[in-house]
Design a protein around this ligand. Structure first.
Ligand code: G6Q
Length: 544
């Protein structure tokens, strides 16, 4: 959209505004009544994922207008520019090439004269070699013991993906290896993760793109101390620490042999890095072949996004629907409910992916956008969620579109459980869409006095994403689906989805406050609230 009309001035936007006013009163009951086959038509399939988007507040005309908007905003050109390696992260002057992390070996993508696909596969090869050694017991701790526990130390993009993927792919993991994740600078995180571990059997992966992040470096230093004190030798670090980073100098300075460092590149954003070497813990857990399958899933969705016409393009459709709700229905939040316990941390991962990417208030020219951008993303697995917050979605006053994600085949032998799980997912989508009318309640003999309380208006939109089974390949496709969904939204809003300047301010202020928590600190010069909080903290820690 650079140099083009601003979003609200585009023809398609104006047409959508009129269309919204004309069609907003139509309910999902009416829409399905008028068009009984819409459930068969408003579906799309790509990279083995099936998307049913028929229970959305849309008609064929809405879709045509949204696709028109995408084209007017140059979605296809921007998508091609991303895949090509143009520096579309303009505020950091960087290419955005997470898609290269899963490009097949024979592909070639050049960044400043270098074929980065070859580099990607060289690192993958080294990761596989290391993973095989640890998994088979050929990589030993410094006392000759086999590694039994792996702790990933990292935060944000260097933590959420690895933890989410480890939990998602547990049935594919080597159960003799235990995995833990330390992210928070809260010392309880480290203490709890290590309290029952034998350092001689523990391997730390220090995952940090920059190798300067306060939380990660603090935890890494504590880990080093914990290990060296227990094993009584500085040399122990070599057998118990590996690093994943782009910063070789800092890794060396920390004392990790760079032979045990796995690199990645500045064109991989933190929240887009779970399929880079940041996924080393994932590969250790599930093995190189499963990791490769996961990358193949990512790549299959990349290809779908790149080649499928917008009209049948899953990420594009989902991104456009988000824009439709966010900007025309003034929707503030979107729920994300996986009907799979293994996807417990998927909503948290998606929260960062979506909110850090699209939580922006200026456009690519640095102007205030003047329209709403990224929605709030939240969620928990179903069916648990049904017994907590679904009530508000069904009968509250806010419109909350939800994505429900489920799988046809169970990963446990308890098939009956799976039928119940999935029956609930299908039922929720149905109940949210069609609700329950007063007439239906009366016909069922419900007491008239209760009718107003029991009526469910329905008309709550959902996307249902269905796949055969939660495999490494499916997980890759699912993550890539959301990556490109987020990209689609960002293109329409004309924002930089790949920077995160807002995160910096808090980091700088924390750096200033750290020395002020000591009693010897210079005079406090914050506002009266911050000064008061610091004084109270010092008082309880006997630092007058
Ligand atoms: C992600 C963000 C952020 C980042 C963390 C960790 O896109 O940039 O979440 O991943 O701050 O950074 P390091 O990997 O450099 O430690």
């Amino acid at each position: 959209m650079i140099d083009g009309p601003r979003l609200p001035q585009t023809q398609a936007w104006q047409a959508l505004k009129t269309h919204y006013e004309e069609s907003r009163a139509k309910t999902l009951r009416q829409l399905f009544g008028e068009d009984p086959t819409r459930g068969e038509r408003f579906c799309a399939e790509g990279a083995d994922l099936f998307l049913d988007y028929s229970k959305n507040l849309i008609t064929q005309k809405t879709l045509s207008l949204l696709f028109g908007l995408a084209r007017e905003c140059g979605l296809e050109a921007r998508r091609d520019a991303m895949f090509r390696g143009d520096k579309i992260n303009i505020t950091e002057n960087r290419a955005v090439l997470h898609t290269a992390l899963r490009a097949p070996r024979q592909a070639s993508i050049r960044v400043e004269g270098t074929d980065i696909v070859a580099e990607v596969h060289a690192v993958l090869g080294r990761m596989a070699d290391f993973a095989d050694r640890v998994r088979s017991g050929r990589w030993l701790g410094c006392t000759g013991k086999r590694i039994k526990h792996v702790i990933n130390i990292g935060i944000g993009g260097s933590y959420l993906g690895p933890e989410m993927a480890y939990l998602a792919l547990r049935p594919f993991s080597q159960r003799t290896l235990g995995f833990r994740f330390v992210s928070n600078v809260d010392g309880t995180d480290f203490s709890e993760a290590t309290r029952d571990l034998d350092p001689a059997e523990t391997l730390f992966i220090i995952s940090s793109k920059t190798f300067t992040t306060l939380e990660t470096m603090t935890n890494a230093l504590t880990a080093r101390q914990w290990l060296v004190e227990a094993l009584g030798q500085k040399e122990a670090v070599a057998a118990h620490f590996v690093a994943v980073s782009t910063n070789e100098a800092k890794v060396r300075e920390f004392g990790i042999d760079t032979a045990n460092m796995f690199g990645f590149w500045d064109w991989v954003g933190g929240r887009y890095s779970m399929d880079s070497a940041i996924g080393l813990s994932t590969m250790l857990a599930v093995g190189p072949q499963n990791f490769e399958d996961m990358l193949a899933g990512f790549h299959a969705m990349d290809q779908h996004f790149l080649t499928a016409p917008l009209e049948s393009n899953l990420p594009a459709i989902m991104g456009l629907l988000t824009v439709w709700y966010n900007n025309f229905f003034d929707v503030q939040t979107i729920g994300l409910m996986p009907y799979a316990s293994y996807l417990k941390r998927f909503p948290a991962y998606m929260q960062q992916l979506q909110m850090e990417s699209n939580g922006k208030h200026v456009d690519l020219e640095g102007r205030m956008v003047g329209y709403e951008t990224g929605p709030i993303i939240w969620g928990e697995p179903g069916t648990d969620a049904q017994h907590s917050f679904y009530q508000l979605i069904h009968q509250g006053t806010k419109l909350i579109p939800c994505d429900l994600i489920g799988f046809c085949r169970p990963l446990s032998p308890l098939e009956r459980h799976h039928d119940l799980l999935m029956a609930n997912m299908f039922a929720q989508a149905e109940a949210l869409a069609f609700g329950k009318t007063a007439e239906e309640l009366n016909a069922e003999g419900s007491p008239a006095s209760q009718t107003p309380f029991r009526v469910c208006q329905g008309n709550r939109p959902t996307n249902v994403i269905l796949a055969e089974s939660l495999t490494p390949r499916t997980l890759g496709a699912l993550v890539a689906l959301y990556e490109h969904n987020v990209f689609t939204q960002g293109v329409l809003w004309n924002i930089d989805s790949f920077d995160q300047w807002g995160v910096e301010l808090g980091k700088v202020l924390a750096g200033k406050i750290i020395p002020q928590l000591c009693s010897t600190a210079p005079r406090l010069d914050h506002d009266s609230s911050t000064n008061g909080l610091i004084r109270r903290y010092r008082k309880y820690n006997d630092r007058p």
